[in-house]
Design a binder for this molecule. Structure first.
Ligand SMILES: [Zn+2]
Ligand SMILES: [Zn+2]
Length: 342
């Protein structure tokens, strides 16, 4: 079966992987769609000597159908359309019980599909039954893949921020997570200001329902957001870039008694305690992906509100064309890219 392998230094290839069969409490998934997520670029770009290039097949936004059950499986049936929650834990601790398996403290039981276990960038994958989240019929496989990391990461961060129609919401970064935050945040009632440095990405943010867009190429986002909000700043802000400068701007663009949430990973940031946090009475939040239950909840929200998540998917590539798709995504191609399997 064909699948992708990362080589590091911005190279990947498509190879033949051996067939896999499900063990105890595992199922075999036939992939129908596998999203390419911003965090995949960390491994894709890294030097192999840094040890961050996964030996496993990448892809942590798997979506497909259950085609074979291993012994003891009761949670899911053959034929089920599922989104895969790409983490596994011990299944017994307080975090696992609440569906937050990525927080499981039993490190030897922890798996990260697409990192420490084979992921979705291949025709089939074997997963634990408890990682399969049934998908509503209204959700397409490509949308399910988007929900399996990027879009639900945005949804969970919006929940952390308690976003509502009373808010102006500033979203820094109009990549896949920021675009979903824009679309879902607007649907929750917020007036969204989308911030990016790419006109094409800002154009997509506008299509996603942004109230205003702000081009931050000259670093003036904070001033522009203040100008749009009577000098006060946004009630809520979300950072989906992961850079020091945008993390500082996210806080500075948030008004007194506002909330700011960091989502983009990696690197560092330095805040000045008094002006940035204390005198701002700021709620500074962090949000890392989502639980199994929130994945189901995000899909339900998308269906109930008739949200066209699919309109943010700009490219569906064949598995053989994945190396080119990664090159494009790495260069900042706007929108969501997914690998589509027949
Ligand atoms: Zn656990
Ligand atoms: Zn991701």
């Amino acid at each position: 079966m064909r699948g992708v392998r990362f080589l590091g230094n911005r190279k990947c290839e498509v190879i033949d992987y051996p067939e896999e069969s499900p063990g105890q409490n595992e199922v075999l998934i036939k992939l129908r769609s596998s999203g390419i997520c911003g965090s995949d670029l960390h491994g894709y770009r890294s030097d192999p000597s840094e040890g961050r290039v996964t030996k496993m097949r990448p892809g942590h936004e798997p979506c497909g159908e259950v085609v074979e059950l291993g012994p003891g499986v009761t949670a899911v049936d053959v034929g089920a359309r599922i989104m895969q929650h790409h983490y596994l834990g011990c299944g017994k601790c307080r975090y696992c019980e609440r569906g937050w398996t990525q927080l499981c403290p039993v490190t030897e039981k922890r798996l990260y599909y697409g990192g420490t276990a084979h992921g979705g960038h291949g025709e089939y994958m074997v997963v634990h039954e408890n990682t399969c989240i049934p998908m509503p019929d209204e959700i397409t496989f490509d949308e399910g893949a988007y929900l399996a990391c990027g879009a639900t990461t945005a949804f969970q961060a919006l929940k952390r921020l308690n976003v509502s129609g009373r808010d102006v919401l500033a979203v820094f970064g109009a990549g896949p997570v920021g675009l979903a935050a824009t679309m879902l945040g607007a649907e929750m009632g917020a007036q969204v200001i989308a911030v990016d440095i790419s006109p094409e990405r800002l154009n997509m943010a506008e299509q996603a329902g942004a109230w205003r867009t702000v081009d931050n190429s000259d670093g003036s986002a904070v001033q522009q957001i203040k100008d749009l909000t009577g000098g006060e700043g946004a009630e809520a802000s979300l950072e989906a870039v992961g850079r020091h400068e945008t993390r500082v701007a996210t806080v500075e663009a948030t008004r007194i008694f506002g909330r700011a949430c960091l989502v983009g990973e990696g690197g560092t940031v330095t805040y000045e305690a008094t002006p940035h946090i204390i005198h701002r009475h700021l709620d500074l939040l962090g949000s890392w992906t989502f639980s199994t239950f929130v994945l189901a909840e995000a899909a339900e929200f998308v269906v109930r509100r008739g949200i066209d998540l699919g309109s943010l998917i700009t490219e569906q590539v064949d598995v053989e064309d994945v190396p080119t798709a990664y090159e494009e995504f790495d260069r900042g191609k706007p929108g969501k890219l997914v690998i589509s399997f027949g």
